[in-house]
Design a protein around this ligand. Sequence first.
Ligand code: URA
Length: 234
Amino acid sequence: MKPSKVRLDKLLSSLGYASRSEIKTLLREERITINGDIAKKADTKVLHEEVQFDGKPLDPPSGMVILMHKPVGFICSHDDGEGRLVYDLLPARWRMRDPKLSTIGRLDKDTSGLLLLTDDGALLHRLTSPRHHVPKVYEATLDRPLKGNEGAIFASGTLMLNGEKSPCLPAKLTVIDDTHVTLEITEGRYHQVRRMFAAVGNHVTALHRSSLGTLTLGDLAPGEYRILPEDESV
Ligand code: URA
């Protein structure tokens, strides 16, 4: 579909550069260009790719997907009162984007690893639906040595978690040594991996998500992120 032109002030405010009233100041300061010419009027109709801010192309339009290496200690929430947020790792103006960026599912504060964020509501809905079974691989460190029956219990599709009405879908345990494993699950229940190990009498002391579907972290360091090209989404 051919992208349609929108008002310059609407475009810039939706990307979080400034409110519609603040854009008048940016125009006076000559910080915005359209096809290389200094923009003069807030109501000029433009295409996203025609506009530059401070000599740089604009941030991606809505519909973006971000792959982040979430560090331990950051929270998947919009509420500032709760501590350091994963959104603090992104450019400050992205907090003002409309539509808003949200995490696709959550990782606990104490879990690190691959986290996706998007402002695409339909994608968010599809990927967080209980019917969506994309495989997710977690690396877990355990407090106590494995007993030996955990792999069979997790694979059985009968493991009930406290307070849940249906058993966990079959999950695949790979043993690295007696306190280090990887676990592949296809659901996203609350604290699922920690609760699965609690259900077999163990305790997870460190947890890291290494992949989601075909996506991996590659060489992203904790706290780093990249914008996924369209052909790389989940
Ligand atoms: N399972 C957990 O226990 N925590 C996470 O963050 C993700 C899966």
